[in-house]
Design a protein around this ligand. Structure first.
Ligand code: GTP
Length: 773
C-alpha cells in the first residue's frame, strides 16, 4: 500500500449519466442510483476509509506487534535472541509509526500476523523495556447476560461475583488486574433492562457509569449479550437508545460486541430444526450491529463481534485455554481485538484524521460537501411565482412572457374558424354507413375544426389576459359588470377557474389487486392547499408504497408578492427525508422580477438549508438574463454558489436556455454549464409535438462529466403518439426509451405479448441466446 495520505486531495470519481441537469442525492456516503438524469458521485469516504483503515493497520502492525504476541503466547517469554535492537518505548513507537504514515514514509508491505508475531518475539526477547501497555474496558449489557462471568474469564480468576438467579452486580465498580503483562482496568456495571418501562432505572445506572467514566475514560466498550437468545427483531433498541442518550453516540465508536454462551447448543430455528452455529452467530451479530447502528444514528458503524464462553466445563485446548466449538481460543481473540482497537484508536488520533468525533474508531469519517449536486440544483431554471387571477394577478404567464404572444392579434387565420361553413357531427349509426374514404375525409375535417376551435379559444384567453394587464383587473371587472347591468355586454364572460380533478396516480407496470392505486381515486381539493400522497415506485411487491406526503400552497403575501411553498416528507421504517421548496417573487416594472427562496433538503443523513436568490431581466424583446446565488448550510459546511442564465427565443418555435455557474466550499470548487434547446410545434400548446435537447457539463476536482439528453414527442396519425428519450454520457453509457401510445391500433398493444412469448420460449429452450427487452 502506498500510504501517501493526502486527505484533502482524495479524488472521488464522477460517474456520469447523460443529462442536461446533473443530479445527485447528495449523500457523501451512499451514491445515488444512476438515472437518466443523474450524474452519480462515488463516495469519497469509501476510498478514504479503505486507505485510512489500511494505513492504520500498518500502524498497528508496528506498534501492536509486541503486545499481540504477548497475548497470543500467554506470558511465556520467548527464547529467541534478537539481532536487532530497538530502544523505543511504546508511545514513541506509536508516534513514529503514525507520523511515518502521515508523511508518506511507509513502504509497500502486506500486513501479516506472522510478521507481527516474529517482530514482537524479537522485541520481547530483547526485553530491555516493557511497553507499559494498559487497557481500560467498560462492560455494559443486559441483566444476567454474563458480564461478571466474562470479567472473571478475562482475569482467569474470580474477581467479581456471578449469580444465576439474581442481579449480582448492584453498583458500578472497578476491577484492576494484570493479564499477561497488560494492565487491565475493567469497569463492571449493574445489568440493564430492555423493557421500555425500565428505561428510567437504566438512566440512573448509566448516569452513575458516566460519572465513573469521567474519572477513568474507557478505551474499549464491551457490550455483552447472549448468543443463544432468540431475538429476531430490534427488541433492545429502547435500551441501546438510552445508552446513547446518556453516554453519547461516541460510546459506540469503540465498542465491541461480546456474545456469551457461545458453546451452548444452538436453539431451534423457526422451522423447529436446530440452527447451525454459523447461522446463529451471523443472525445475532447482524441484529445487534443493526440495533447499535440505529441507536447511534450512524448506519456505517460495524462493531466487531467477539464470542465468549464462560462455563467452567467449557472445552479446553492443550494449553488449557477455553475453546469454542470451532476450536478457537476466544479469550485471546477477544483481548487481541481490544488491544488492537485501542492502538488503532490512538493511531487515529495521532493522524488527526478529519473526524468530527475524536476517538472514533470503526468508521473513519471524511465529509466532502456534494458540490455537483448543489450546483446542479442551483443551475436549474426556475419559473418565478405569479399571482393567480383571484389573487389580483393576471393568471398564468403574467410578467414578461405574455409579450411572447404579441403576434396573436396579427394572425391571419384568426377568424378562420368563424368563416368555416356549418358542420353537423354525424351519429354513430350514420358513421357506420360511410365508406372508408368518406370516413377518413370526415375525421380529417373534424380534427381540423377541433384544432381551429382550440386555437381560437386559446387566443381569446391570451387576448383577455393582455387586456387585463393593460387596463388593470379592477377596471376590466367594473366594465364587465357595468356591461352586464346595462345589458350591453357583447363580450364573453371571463372564464371561471374550472376545477380539474386530480390526475390518477401512476399505475404500477403489472396489475396487483393489493395496490391501492387500483382502489382509490382522489377527490378534488376544496382548499388552496394541495395535499397528495407520494408513491414510492421502487417498493416491494404488494407493498402499499405510499410512504410520503406532499403539500403545496400558493400565496399572495401582502396581496402583492406571489409565493409558493411545496413540501414533501417521506418516512419509512428506515429513512426520513424532507424536501421543502419555498419562493417569493417581486416584480420591478414590466421587465424585471426577483425571486428569493429558502429550501430544506435531506442530503445523505444531514439536512441542507439553502438560501437562494435571483433576478430575471428582460433586456431585449426575446431575451431574458438571470443572475442568481445560493448559500447552503450543510452541517458545519457552508457552500456558496453563483449562476448566470440566458433564455433566448428564436422565432415562435425555438427557444434556448444556457446557464453556467460554480459552487464553492472548503476551498473546493465545482464548475458546471447546461444548455437546453427546445423546439415546439407551430401551434403549441394545441399541437403537441415538442423536442428538447440538453447538454450538461460538470467539472469537479479532476473529473469531467459530460452528458447529452434528447427528448422528443410527436403525434402519428389521429390517435397515436410516440415519445423518444435518449441519454448518453462521456463514458459512453446511456439509455434509449421509446414509448408509444395509441387509442386505435390494437396490434401495437399486442406487441406487448412478444417479450412474454420470448420468455416462455426461453424457458423451454434455455440454451438459446437471450434478448433484453
Ligand atoms: N453456560 C454459560 N453460562 C454463563 C456464561 N456466562 C455467564 N453464565 C452464567 O450466567 C449467569 C449470570 O452471569 P453473570 O456474570 O452474573 O451475569 P451478569 O451479566 O454479570 O449479571 P448482572 O451483574 O446481574 O447484571 C451465571 O450463572 C453464569 O455462570 C456462558 O458463557 N455460558
Amino acid at each position: 500500500m502506498d500510504s501517501d495520505l493526502e486527505y484533502e486531495d482524495a479524488e472521488p470519481q464522477l460517474d456520469n449519466e447523460a443529462s442536461p441537469v446533473v443530479v445527485n442525492d447528495g449523500s457523501a456516503e451512499e451514491p445515488a442510483p444512476a438515472s437518466a438524469n443523474s450524474v452519480v458521485q462515488d463516495s469519497p469516504e469509501k476510498e478514504q476509509n479503505a486507505e485510512d483503515q489500511a494505513a492504520a493497520s500498518e500502524a498497528v502492525e508496528d506498534v501492536g506487534a509486541k503486545k499481540l504476541t504477548e497475548v497470543e503466547n500467554g506470558a511465556a517469554a520467548p527464547e529467541l535472541v534478537p539481532e536487532s535492537s530497538n530502544d523505543n518505548n511504546g508511545a514513541d513507537e506509536t508516534t513514529g509509526a503514525t507520523e511515518g504514515i502521515r508523511h508518506g514514509r511507509q513502504t509497500n508491505r502486506a500486513f501479516s500476523l506472522d510478521n507481527a508475531r516474529r517482530k514482537a518475539l524479537i522485541l520481547e526477547a530483547e526485553g530491555k523495556e516493557d511497553l507499559d501497555f494498559s487497557c481500560n474496558i467498560l462492560v455494559l449489557g443486559k441483566i444476567g447476560v454474563g458480564k461478571s462471568a466474562t470479567i472473571n474469564s478475562i482475569f482467569g480468576e474470580e474477581k467479581t461475583r456471578t449469580d444465576a438467579f439474581n442481579s449480582a452486580t448492584t453498583n458500578v465498580r472497578e476491577i484492576v488486574g494484570d493479564v499477561d503483562g497488560v494492565k487491565i482496568r475493567i469497569i463492571d456495571t449493574p445489568g440493564l433492562r430492555p423493557n421500555v418501562m425500565d428505561q428510567g432505572s437504566n438512566r440512573k445506572v448509566l448516569s452513575a457509569v458516566k460519572k465513573f467514566t469521567k474519572k477513568c475514560p474507557p478505551d474499549i466498550v464491551l457490550y455483552v449479550d447472549r448468543l443463544d437468545s432468540l431475538s429476531r427483531d430490534l427488541n433492545d433498541l429502547p435500551l441501546l437508545k438510552t445508552i446513547t442518550a446518556v453516554l453519547g453516540s461516541s460510546i459506540w465508536f469503540n465498542a465491541i460486541v461480546a456474545l456469551t454462551h457461545a458453546a451452548s447448543a444452538p436453539p431451534e430455528g423457526l422451522n423447529g430444526a436446530p440452527m447451525t452455529y454459523e447461522v446463529l452467530m451471523a443472525q445475532r451479530s447482524h441484529i445487534i450491529q443493526q440495533s447499535i447502528r440505529q441507536a447511534a444514528g450512524d448506519m456505517r458503524l460495524m462493531n466487531p463481534v467477539a464470542l465468549v464462553e464462560n462455563h467452567p466445563s467449557c472445552r479446553r485446548n492443550r494449553e488449557g485455554q477455553k475453546v469454542l466449538p470451532n476450536g478457537q481460543s476466544w479469550r485471546h481473540q477477544m483481548l487481541l481485538l481490544c488491544y488492537s482497537s485501542k492502538i488503532l484508536s490512538e493511531a487515529n488520533s495521532l493522524l488527526k484524521l478529519q473526524d468530527p468525533n475524536p476517538g472514533k474508531l470503526f468508521g473513519f469519517r471524511f465529509r466532502s460537501p456534494p458540490l455537483p449536486f448543489l450546483l446542479s440544483s442551483l443551475l436549474q431554471s426556475r419559473a418565478h411565482p405569479k399571482l393567480s387571477a383571484e389573487q389580483g394577478g393576471n393568471e398564468g404567464d403574467s410578467d414578461i412572457e405574455l409579450d411572447d404572444y404579441s403576434d396573436v392579434e396579427q394572425d391571419d387565420d384568426e377568424e378562420e374558424y368563424d368563416q368555416l361553413p356549418p358542420f353537423k357531427p354525424l351519429t354513430k349509426a350514420q358513421l357506420v354507413r360511410l365508406t372508408k374514404e368518406q370516413k377518413n375525409a370526415y375525421f380529417d375535417e373534424y380534427d381540423y375544426r377541433v384544432k381551429l376551435l382550440q386555437k381560437k379559444q386559446w387566443k381569446d384567453e391570451i387576448r383577455r389576459l393582455k387586456e387585463m394587464k393593460k387596463r388593470g383587473k379592477t377596471d376590466l371587472d367594473d366594465d364587465y359588470m357595468y356591461a352586464n347591468i346595462t345589458g350591453e355586454n357583447d363580450q364573453d364572460p371571463p372564464p371561471e377557474n374550472v376545477s380539474v380533478p386530480l390526475p390518477d396516480m401512476v399505475l404500477p407496470p403489472s396489475f396487483d389487486c393489493d395496490n391501492p392505486t387500483y382502489r382509490y381515486r382522489f377527490l378534488e381539493p376544496t382548499s388552496t392547499v394541495l395535499a397528495r400522497p407520494v408513491l414510492d415506485a421502487h417498493g416491494w411487491d404488494h407493498d402499499c408504497g405510499y410512504d410520503g406526503v406532499s403539500l403545496e400552497e400558493t400565496l399572495a403575501i401582502l396581496n402583492r408578492f406571489p409565493a409558493n411553498v411545496a413540501v414533501q416528507v417521506t418516512k419509512d421504517k428506515k429513512e426520513f427525508s424532507i424536501h421543502l421548496d419555498s419562493s417569493i417573487a417581486a416584480k420591478h416594472g414590466d421587465n424585471a422580477s426577483s425571486l428569493a427562496g429558502f429550501d430544506i433538503q435531506t442530503v445523505g443523513r444531514q439536512l441542507a438549508y439553502i438560501l437562494r436568490g435571483e433576478t430575471k431581466i428582460k433586456n431585449i424583446k426575446k431575451n431574458k438574463t438571470t443572475g442568481g446565488f445560493s448559500v447552503t448550510f450543510l452541517g458545519d459546511i457552508v457552500a456558496t454558489g453563483l449562476k448566470v442564465e440566458d433564455q433566448l427565443s428564436l422565432g415562435k418555435r425555438l427557444s434556448l436556455v444556457a446557464s453556467t455557474g460554480m459552487m464553492k466550499a472548503q476551498g473546493d470548487t465545482a464548475y458546471g454549464a447546461n444548455l437546453e434547446a427546445r423546439l415546439k410545434d407551430k401551434d403549441y400548446p394545441i399541437g403537441q409535438s415538442l423536442s428538447t435537447l440538453g447538454l450538461s457539463l460538470m467539472k469537479w476536482r479532476r473529473d469531467l462529466a459530460l452528458g447529452a439528453n434528447l427528448q422528443s414527442q410527436f403525434p402519428i396519425g389521429r390517435g397515436s403518439k410516440i415519445a423518444v428519450r435518449l441519454g448518453l454520457n462521456n463514458k459512453l453509457s446511456g439509455q434509449i426509451t421509446i414509448r408509444t401510445s395509441t387509442s386505435e391500433q390494437v396490434q401495437i398493444a399486442l406487441l406487448g405479448l412478444v417479450p412474454v412469448a420470448a420468455s416462455i420460449y426461453r424457458s423451454f429452450r434455455p440454451s438459446e441466446p437471450s434478448f433484453a427487452y
